[in-house]
Design a protein. Structure first.
Length: 784
């Protein structure tokens, strides 16, 4: 099976089994398809495993402090016994162990050689994938070779329905660093699943469970097909577990091959009962076989990479890291389901309980908009789908319209906990980090600008923009003395400062959002009056209300002083204590100054992550180059990067303002966040926002892409040691490839023969004609 893998540059490898890193590899080696993600746990498991299959949109609140993305039944279990001896890392000696995730084809390969206590060597190879061609299908091919013995080989294949989510870690006075074998046992867990059906017929296992609070049925069917007929097959069925065992006699040096196919169908995606659908789907795949499924999956991967491959020529580490991020983004999203989104750890782990944040619109969405626009559309439809929940969030806090929650799950209601699990600290994000509604508006309008999909605005976008505009005008406070509007008691993206007034990011974004809504209203009334009338009727909107939006936008306080270079992050920020950062870790990232931690930086100027700098990235035409440089220098010196979202934005803005050395450090920090586990928590799931940020660093940072006045503009800069960066973009129905070198760049528009597109490169316009590559200088002012 090894020879089916792609070249080494596409492989993410694990060599040897190390219990200290095993949970991290479980995250890194996740396979998925947007409908589900399955952590890279060994098929036979190990005592310290934190396995998990997560089904997109399957959340449950039963028995937990906060609603969870359910750790769903596990389809993986596949265990080999040699004359009754279990082959696993505890029972046997692991002579060799190697795994490789092939991110080009979306398959995980494994080879392990076990030596049991009687000295017998048995080689296990496997190939695993979650199909992108049929998202209901997962598969493992297993090959067992007794290298130096002839024995009875028993293969046990199961579906494990008894699953638990991590709920909270109790207080342990002696600290919370435990041996890897027991660390998960130290948690309090929650149960979200009730057993429904367990069954076996026609050599197929079936297990169905149902989420307890939400009532979502999860059906799993599994088959195990082998070349030779087994001597015996045994079944073991219990309420929460379905399993079959098959015995074979295998001679020394011979290889036994088995294919396990599993289909997963839920009542979220199919009308009940799910059992029939699940079994019929499995039967269909058994007929065509694993090889056909593998090749169908490979074809989808190939076409996806066609749209989004990127490369850093001259830096294989960077290429691998960027592609790894792209792989993770591709397995996180399901463009076929507009009711789901991407949680902060995608479908790779339980971190942040699978909740959806602004991470999607600001960090990840650009990748989808510019490479997989249909998926971007679907991710944005989720916000429309959860609008009723967002209306509730606004209403509950005494405001009009809709406010998207800080943490969203299946309904759009606020799911952010109020307190840390020890009860010691209050999360103000849920109450005050209101900018998320404008972030969603930003995502929608960027999508429409890049795709030209105006129907989206008419069908979904306008309602979202209008309802959230209503929230802003009810949330602002009017000061009759100055006739200005303030936004008080908010928290900006930085998150170290709560209850602040007039945060520059939030106020400017709210203003921008209102301006865009007014503009959209006018456009619709000019070009789609009928559609506007039905939106107005549906949400009770009229022109007078829209005029008020304009008034508020004109008079909202902006703590941005044209006379002054520095933008004050919020009112009074400059009076806070200027505590210097004096220590850096091994990755050259800042440490908290002595005595400070996440919850006590309020009265300092320290930042968790970019706020003003983020604003300057998102609204590039608002600020001059000098202002951007001055603010970057000022805020960079005070930013601790305690969020994985932070380094990518600093990399991009560092490039823009010419702080190249630091920008490059930030790029690697972002790109390697999981591969190097540089935040120390990859075991809990991938930092998927950082993957999106890394892609943006390549394209918007080094490639210098900005969307300006409806045109793609590129202002590239490459580090000396890089020969070339390559990436592909989708733009208004066509695609565009870019190859950027030290002094020049080649762009090619791919599309129908007559198509042309004007882009701007290093300040000068360039007209591209379809399928005719154009090479131009990237030196500023070289072309006029
Ligand atoms: C960051 C937020 C982010 C969240 C989820 C937090 O640590 O501060 O900006 O949305 O993580 O990734």
């Amino acid at each position: 099976m090894r020879d089916q893998l792609s070249d080494a540059e596409w492989l993410i490898r694990e060599s040897g089994f190390d219990p200290l890193r095993a949970n991290t590899f479980e995250t890194l080696l996740t396979v998925g398809n947007g409908h589900l993600g399955t952590r890279g746990t060994l098929e036979e498991g190990w005592v310290g495993e934190r396995s998990g299959t997560f089904l997109s949109g399957v959340y449950d609140s039963h028995d937990a402090t906060v609603i969870d993305l359910v750790n769903a039944p596990d389809w993986l279990p596949l265990v080999v016994f040699v004359d009754g001896v279990r082959l696993d890392v505890e029972t046997c000696e692991t002579v060799e162990h190697e795994r490789a995730l092939d991110i080009r084809q979306g398959v995980l390969w494994r080879r392990t050689i076990f030596r049991d206590r009687r000295g017998r060597r048995t080689r296990i190879e496997s190939l695993r994938f979650a199909s992108l061609a049929d998202r209901r299908l997962c598969a493992v091919r297993l090959e067992v070779t007794p290298e130096d013995h002839s024995s009875t080989i028993t293969v046990e294949s199961g579906i494990a329905g008894r699953r638990r989510n991590l709920d909270r870690l109790p207080f342990y006075p002696e600290g919370t660093v435990f041996d890897p074998e027991v660390q998960w046992e130290k948690w309090a867990w929650s149960n979200h699943l009730r057993p429904v059906t367990v069954d076996a017929a026609d050599d197929m296992l079936y297990l169905e469970t149902r989420t307890i609070a939400g009532g979502v049925s999860l059906g799993y069917a599994a088959s195990l097909d082998a070349g030779p007929e087994p001597l015996r097959r045994r079944l073991r069925l219990s309420a929460e577990h379905a399993e079959e065992q098959a015995d074979f006699v295998v001679a020394a040096g011979e290889t036994l091959r088995l294919d396990k196919l599993v289909t997963i169908v839920t009542s979220r995606n199919h009308p009940e009962p799910v059992q029939r659908r699940c079994l019929e789907t499995l039967q269909g795949h058994r007929r065509t076989g694993l090889d056909a499924a593998l090749s169908a999956n490979r074809q989808v991967w190939e076409s996806m990479w066609n749209d989004c491959d990127c490369q850093v020529v001259g830096d294989p580490v960077a290429t691998q890291a960027v592609r790894f991020g792209v792989y993770q983004l591709l397995i996180a999203a399901n463009g076929e389901d507009p009711t789901v989104n991407i949680g902060a750890k995608s479908l790779t782990g339980e971190g942040y309980r699978g909740h959806v944040f602004w991470d999607t619109e600001i960090l990840m969405l650009p990748f989808f908009i510019y490479t997989q626009p249909d998926t971007a559309r679907s991710l944005l439809r989720y916000r429309h789908h959860t609008l009723p929940g967002a209306r509730e969030v606004a209403r509950e806090s005494g405001f009009r319209g809709a406010r998207f929650p800080w943490e969203s799950a299946d309904s759009g209601r606020e799911e952010c906990p109020r307190y840390t699990t020890d009860g010691a600290n209050r999360f103000w994000t849920r109450d005050e980090e209101v900018h998320v509604s404008a972030d969603v508006a930003y995502g929608i309008l960027t999508y429409v600008a890049a795709t030209g999909d105006h129907d989206f605005l008419v069908d979904f976008g306008a309602e979202v923009l209008f309802e959230t505009s209503r929230f802003w005008v009810s949330r602002v406070e009017h000061d009759p003395a100055t006739d200005r509007y303030a936004l008080k008691q908010v928290m900006g993206p930085d998150e170290f400062h709560s209850h602040v007034d007039n945060n520059a990011f939030t106020n400017r974004f709210a203003q921008w959002h209102l301006d865009q809504s007014v503009q959209l209203y006018e456009d619709l009334s000019a070009h789609h009056p009928q559609a506007l009338r039905s939106i107005e009727a549906a949400i009770g909107l009229d022109g007078a209300e829209v005029r008020h939006w304009r008034e508020v936008a004109e008079r909202i306080i902006l703590p941005i002083d044209p006379e002054r270079e520095l933008v004050e992050q919020f009112e009074g920020y400059f009076e806070r204590k200027d505590v210097p950062i004096t220590q850096w870790d091994a990755n050259n990232m800042p440490r908290y100054p002595a005595g400070y931690h996440h919850f006590n930086c309020e009265d300092t100027m320290l930042l968790k992550q970019p706020d003003v700098v983020m604003l300057m990235y998102l609204l590039p035409d608002d600020f001059t180059a000098e202002v951007k440089r001055a603010n970057f220098e000022f805020y960079e010196a005070r930013t601790l990067h305690k969020s994985s979202l932070s380094p990518a934005i600093h990399a991009i803005m560092g490039i823009e303002v010419g702080d190249h050395d630091r920008a490059l450090e930030y790029f690697y920090r972002s790109a390697l966040v999981d591969l190097a586990d540089n935040q120390g928590n990859t075991a809990y799931g991938i930092h998927i926002a950082s993957a999106g940020g890394t892609w943006q660093t390549l394209v918007n940072g080094f490639g210098g892409l900005r969307l300006r006045h409806g045109r793609l503009t590129f202002d590239p800069w490459l580090p000396e040691q890089w020969e070339e960066i390559r990436f592909r973009l989708r733009w208004r129905g066509n695609s565009l490839s870019a190859a950027i070198r030290q002094r020049d760049a080649t762009f090619c528009l791919h599309g129908p023969a007559a198509a042309t597109e004007e882009v701007v490169v290093a300040g000068a316009p360039l007209t591209l004609t379809a399928n005719e590559p154009a090479t131009v200088s990237t030196a500023k002012g070289a072309r006029t």
